[in-house]
Design a protein around this ligand. Structure first.
Ligand code: LLP
Length: 437
């Protein structure tokens, strides 16, 4: 994908950089972000949604956020979806225009809400009654009116092959349409002096290939806008339809083009709005995985190899669930290659193990590769989304570095953690100290 290719030495290249050289220069494990592909994915959204349909595209930071990424997103003309004070602080530090920031979360703290008001973020996406009340108070104290979007649970459940219209009442996110709590939320907003309701939000799920689910969500939300208008005279100006487009990870995944996604969703919305004789609201979408996911790869060095004859060959690498918890959490499947021997024939079925003290730390079960040897460079593809952002220090493993590659240049955008980072916040209480000495 993207700028990946095999060079004359049989090495994998990303962004014109030989991965074997990258590993030598920066060490492993290493997150590699293909700048051209990241930007190309932003542009696909900008073209299909913004240019074609006037839709604002906001990138979901939770998939991958740091200062350099915020800069690229800003340069590509996208907005930003943040879900915590930390993501907000990152955006602010990158001098991301705060008017293009949407602040999400189902349990924002008082401090986070204050920060959002102070930074003057474009919209706060309010999840529940408790938050509405708190935000109204805090906005009152700050002598302002908070511009908000109300998160709703539309009762559209998205699956790979189908969608069903049940089950979603039982969700921690948003106000449910079906049981009347969304309508009660709207009426409450309209009474609160320091709340300015701009519209509604929904997000039906992630890694979705079924575009009908989006059409269905758009229609359900437009139905709700119409019902609210009839009952209260309030006409929503904005509709945020979330993110979720699926990407290629593994044999069988068939991603849908962004343009099709945009057209299917917008056609459904336009038709439904027309049927009510209502204007189409200003639409916002918030893709994450489909922008950052394919742009990232992770490089690992192969170490211990354990053959259990007739059963399985374990090939251990120098990372694992610490830098990519998705296989352990969701049984996610990935593709991988031996980056220093790309032209050799696939000859062996092996399983890739991580280095954490935990049997579940397996990156890939049963993959065919050219017989791996200690010292080989293993690359796992499609690790740009929900990898670095979900990484952890389990077993006190330092987090890997991240490099941005483009046209033969490689720059560190996140430094590798070292052991001193691991003990940075440790404190020894005085009474322990004295007993030791
Ligand atoms: N908007 C909202 C409100 C969301 O909750 C999410 C993702 C997105 C946008 C972006 O969705 P995307 O385009 O990336 O699918 N950690 C899981 C995925 C969790 C999704 C959380 N919400 C994973 O690694 O698969």
């Amino acid at each position: 994908q993207g700028t990946m290719k095999v060079n004359k030495n049989g090495h994998l290249e990303i962004g014109g950089c030989d991965t074997v050289e990258l590993a030598k220069r920066f060490g492993t494990p290493l997150y590699v972000i293909d700048e051209a592909l990241f930007r190309q994915n932003c542009r696909a959204y900008y073209r299909a949604f913004t240019e074609e349909h006037g839709v604002e595209v906001i990138y979901a930071s939770k998939t991958l956020s740091n200062l350099a990424v915020c800069h690229m997103v800003e340069q590509e003309g996208l907005g930003l979806d943040v879900v915590s004070g930390g993501e907000l602080y990152t955006a602010a530090t990158a001098r991301f225009p705060m008017g293009r920031v949407y602040f999400h979360g189902n349990n924002k703290s008082t401090e986070e809400l204050r920060l959002a008001l102070e930074y003057k973020v474009g919209r706060i996406v309010v999840d529940n009654f408790y938050e509405l009340e708190r935000l109204n108070e805090l906005a009152g104290e700050a002598q302002t009116r908070a511009k908000i979007i109300l998160r709703l649970s539309p009762g559209v459940e998205a699956h790979t092959h189908e969608y069903i219209k049940t089950g979603q009442i039982d969700s921690k996110f948003g106000l449910v349409i079906e049981n009347g709590s969304a309508m009660a939320g709207v009426k409450y907003c309209l009474e609160l002096p320091h709340i300015e309701l701009k519209g509604f939000h929904c997000h039906i799920g992630s890694q979705i290939f079924e575009l009908d689910s989006y059409a269905h969500a758009a229609e359900t939300m437009m139905d709700f806008i119409h019902t609210v208008y009839r009952e209260t005279d309030y006409l929503a100006e904005e509709l945020n339809l979330g993110g979720g487009l699926g990407i290629y990870y593994f044999n069988g995944d068939q991603p849908r083009p962004v343009k099709e996604y945009a057209d299917v969703m917008m056609r459904a919305l336009q038709e439904r709005a027309a049927s009510y004789d209502l204007p189409v609201p200003r639409v916002i979408v918030e893709p994450g995985r489909s922008i950052s996911g394919p742009a990232g790869s992770t490089l690992y060095t192969v170490g211990a190899i354990k053959d259990i004859p007739g059963i399985r060959k374990y090939v251990a690498v120098d990372g694992g669930m610490g830098d990519n918890p998705r296989p352990a959490l969701y049984q996610s499947k990935y593709e991988a290659y031996i980056a220093n021997r790309m032209l050799e024939e696939v000859e062996e079925k092996v399983s890739i193990a991580g280095k954490c003290c935990e049997s579940g730390d397996m990156l890939i079960w049963d993959i065919e590769l050219p017989a791996p040897q200690a010292g080989d460079l293993l690359v796992v593809a499609s690790t740009g989304a929900y990898n670095y952002s979900m990484s952890m220090n389990y077993n006190r493993l330092p987090r890997p570095a991240m490099v941005l590659v483009s046209e033969g240049k490689a720059d560190v955008i996140v430094k590798r953690e070292d052991y001193t980072d691991l003990i940075r916040n440790d404190v020894i209480p005085e009474r322990l100290r004295s007993s030791v000495m």
